[in-house]
Design a protein around this ligand. Structure first.
Ligand code: HEM
Length: 531
């Protein structure tokens, strides 16, 4: 039920109030302020096991921060299905009107380190763990519907370009430096996502006031084995609201915790954040009906063509008890699915399926992080995996392999009819190639669509954002290449930005790098709007 996760966590909560202080071995401690010394003025003694244990544990308190999305904040809640989606998916948490499933949601920025300011220009992560009766389902999304690259093999490059530059760890702001904009111009599939990043969507006023997107096409599979492509959308019931850049910058200085404070206080005050879950559905037979490829994560599915159906609501109603134990140790993974939900061949998603567990093996210290309270499914889990750092489960019995003749009660696979996960039997044929379909090369149609959908003030903000961020780039050629590239989205926009950042206003859209020679550009003076 809705409280099953809370009940499970209860057995791990520790109440230390009023208890005697002990060592980790349970020995009561009589003194916690003076270390043991050889004489009042003598050196500290090695045999002071209480001192040694306390200090050793402290010395090991930190774990690596997430390689991306390090700065985040989370809360517990509940998801309620509005209707049965049985015709589309056999996932039980979507199978019944009114069905409630506990959830844990972590919001994050992407580029900044764990202690960075929150109101920076960046994408926001929006990761939800559904503790379903059939196992954990993670919807690991962002607050923007498209991504910067099309293939996971480029993710390390992209993140290297976005993080502070390695030779001096500056600047902290991802969108304001030469390596990001150099990457963008040389990887023009970034165009659409960059438009979102330069828009007000990159400055959410509150985690409660932003939408979420699963980004990739996934699959729903129903009990008859019929599959539909699906995109997931979260819609804030408060609507989408942003900060303006001047506010965002001032708040970054005055209250770097602005977004988490807002979320924490809203929940403490009973003003529970709510998000409705919407799905966009494309029948499998319509896979090739569109002028973009469903497998291309730089393209959204226009709502006019593929409407969003609202299927449920999530309410965040409880703050964590301990940020480290829950928010920091939670391990989301785009590959955590339940029967009825499956993957598409989106080459970005396919790479994510490898990356998350891989990174968590080091971040959370070995292969047993599924045993941490926050990561445990609320349903039982049994298999022949054994041992490893930090193992908590005490598996009993002689036999830890499948199949065997010595024990008759070891875990055995369940048939699909009995809830066993069965991968969708998509028909596949082809050659092993490093390629993708032609429409992946269209980098500007949807970027232009986004620009055209903006109101006049929103367009103004985008121009100001480009001018501010590009204006921070030291290299003339980087600024020039970027404005040349964005002339393919909107010529006038690019010309205005060019003037603001001391680049030559491009005369037409052109995807060739270096068409406008930087040598031709005007004085290296930059007019950054005061905004
Ligand atoms: C976190 C990899 C694309 C959303 C992470 C982490 C890695 C990663 C390694 C850190 C995980 C951890 O330490 O627990 C990748 C790769 C991608 C990719 C390789 C592309 C190939 C995306 C996309 C989205 C996304 C497209 C959104 C749809 C997130 C979120 C988190 C995250 C929300 C933070 C989860 C949390 O709050 O703990 N990603 N990512 N990522 N990623 Fe991705």
């Amino acid at each position: 039920g809705a409280d099953s996760k809370d009940e499970q966590l209860e057995q791990f909560r520790s109440d230390d109030a009023g208890k005697d202080l002990t060592t980790n071995q349970g020995v009561k401690v009589s003194e916690d302020e003076f270390s043991l010394k050889a004489g009042e003025r003598g050196p500290t003694l090695m045999e002071d096991f209480h001192f040694r244990e306390k200090m050793t544990h402290f010395d090991h308190e930190r774990i690596p921060e997430r390689v991306v999305h390090a700065r985040g904040y989370a809360a517990h809640g509940v998801f309620e299905a509005y209707d049965s989606l049985e015709h589309l998916t056999k996932a039980k948490f979507l199978s019944e009107k009114g069905k409630k499933t506990p959830v844990f949601v972590r919001f994050s920025t992407v580029a900044g380190s764990r202690g960075s300011a929150e109101t920076v220009r960046d994408v926001r992560g929006f990761a939800t763990k559904f503790y379903t009766e059939e196992g954990n389902y993670d919807l690991v999304g962002n607050n923007m519907p498209v991504f910067f690259i099309q293939d996971a093999i480029k993710f390390p490059d992209f993140v290297h370009a976005v993080k502070p530059e390695p030779h001096n760890e500056m600047p902290q702001a991802a969108s304001a430096h030469d390596t990001l904009w150099d990457f963008v111009a040389h990887n023009q599939e970034t165009a659409h996502a960059i438009m979102w990043l330069m828009s007000d969507r990159a400055l959410p006023r509150s985690f409660r006031m932003m939408d979420g997107f699963g980004v990739h096409a996934f699959r729903f599979v129903n009990a008859e084995g019929k599959s539909h492509f699906v995109k997931f959308n979260w819609k804030s019931t408060l609507g989408v609201h942003s900060l303006v850049w001047d506010e965002a910058q001032k708040i970054s200085g005055k209250d770097p915790d602005f977004n988490r404070r807002d979320l924490y206080e809203a929940i403490e005050n009973g003003d529970y954040p709510e998000f409705e879950l919407g799905v966009q559905i494309i029948p499998e037979e319509d896979e090739h009906k569109f002028d973009f490829d469903l497998l291309d994560a730089t393209k959204l599915w226009p709502q006019e063509e593929i409407p969003i159906q609202i299927v449920g609501k999530m309410t965040l109603n409880r703050n964590v008890d301990n940020v480290f134990a829950e928010t920091e140790q939670v391990a989301f993974h785009a590959g955590h699915v339940v029967p009825g939900i499956d993957f598409s061949n989106d080459p970005l998603l396919q790479g994510r399926l490898f990356s998350y567990t891989d990174t968590q093996l080091i971040r959370l210290g070995g292969p047993n992080f599924h045993e941490l309270p926050i990561n445990r499914p609320v349903c039982p889990f049994h298999n022949n995996q054994r041992d490893g750092y930090g193992r908590q489960t005490i598996n009993r019995g002689q036999v830890s392999y499948h199949k065997n003749g010595l024990a008759n009660n070891t875990p055995a696979p369940a048939s699909p009819a009995d809830g066993g996960f069965e991968h969708y039997q998509e028909k596949m044929e082809g050659r092993k190639v490093r390629a993708r379909s032609e429409s992946f090369k269209d980098h500007f149609s949807q970027a232009a669509m986004f620009w055209n959908s903006m109101s006049a003030p929103e367009k103004e903000h985008i121009i100001e954002a480009f001018s501010f961020e590009l204006g921070k780039c030291k290299e003339k050629v980087v600024r020039q290449n970027a404005v040349d590239m964005f002339a393919n989205v909107n010529l006038e926009m690019a010309q205005t930005v060019a003037k603001n950042v001391g680049a030559v206003p491009p005369e037409s859209g052109n995807t060739e790098i270096g068409k406008t020679s930087p040598a031709l550009s005007q004085e290296n003076t930059i007019k950054t709007p005061a905004t």
